[in-house]
Ligand binder design. Structure first.
Ligand code: PAF
Length: 279
């Protein structure tokens, strides 16, 4: 089993030894409830860095809904066993008071790219993400950090953050891992009922159909409206957004030109699922 470190002091002691030996350090920030998507990030880190740290911290500052924070699955023993199979060097799993000690008063806020989509539907979410990610980079002194493309907007926010604050870490985005039927892996999938799980791939299927239609010449607003209707017809309760945006800055795209990204968030069985694909 990898050692589970609870304090910044313990973490820093290990990292100092590694750095003194000239070793490169990779970090995979997670909130636990690990699945194959997280493990693919850890394997990528294992393949490219001398030392690998996986952080497990359910970050209260990024939950705009307290019920969501409470319901978030916590499966540390299982997570540690999965990480042992990848061969990571350490798990950093601090408590909230270690990350946000008394008197903590700093907020990191990335404007622009964090504002639409998730930012509009989950006020404060990306401030929470940017704040904790900046802290994790400072704590781990990682040379490389690995994030899933499943949270595309988060990846863009983190890239902006490290560029703007000159944080010396290279961000690597890793492809979304999907079930055989196309559903993007997510810790939230385990909250779906059996029926919901069977319906869930309708989201990515509608997105793929819209992508093909747009590439085939269908007008963007029409293709998106049809995709939205298909998602609702498949039994999703709501669609928060299903939009074509520029891939990097996430600006609205009225027609297909350059690198686009189709991003969606929709609720099924009371579980909010997000996904995105390149267009
Ligand atoms: O993607 C996540 O699991 C979280 O947003 C992250 C990056 C670990 C920050 O808490």
């Amino acid at each position: 089993m990898p050692p589970i470190l609870r304090t910044v002091a313990e973490l820093r002691a290990r990292v100092s030894d590694w750095k003194a030996a000239g070793e490169t350090v990779g970090v995979v920030p997670t909130m636990g409830a690990l699945h194959e998507g997280h493990l693919s990030l850890a394997r990528r880190a294992r393949a490219t860095c001398d030392r690998v740290i996986v952080t497990i911290f359910v970050n209260p500052r990024q939950f705009n809904n307290p019920a969501d924070l409470e319901k978030y699955p916590r499966t540390e023993a299982q997570d540690a066993a999965l990480l042992a199979s990848v061969g990571v060097d350490a798990v950093f799993a601090p408590g909230p008071e270690e990350v946000y000690p008394r008197g903590f008063a700093t907020n990191v806020s990335v404007s622009g790219v964090s504002e639409p989509l998730e930012g509009a539907h989950r006020p404060g979410h990306f401030d929470g993400v940017a704040t904790v990610v900046a802290k994790l980079f400072g704590m781990t002194r990682a040379d490389r950090a690995f994030f899933g493309e499943k949270d595309w907007q988060q990846l863009m926010v983190v890239q902006r953050l490290v560029a703007d604050l000159n944080i010396p870490v290279t961000i690597e985005g890793c492809a979304t891992v999907r079930e055989a039927d196309g559903l993007a892996l997510s810790s939230r999938n385990r909250r779906l009922s059996a029926e919901g799980r069977a319906r869930a791939p309708a989201l990515v299927r509608a997105m793929q159909a819209a992508t093909e239609a747009m590439r085939g010449g269908q007008a963007v607003p029409e293709a998106l409206a049809e995709a939205r209707a298909a998602v609702l017809a498949a039994g999703f309760e709501t669609v928060d957004y299903l939009e074509l945006r520029t891939a990097d800055l996430l600006l609205p795209m009225e027609r297909l030109e350059g690198r686009g990204r189709l991003l969606a968030a929709a609720t099924l069985d009371g579980v909010r699922l997000i996904d995105n694909i390149p267009v």
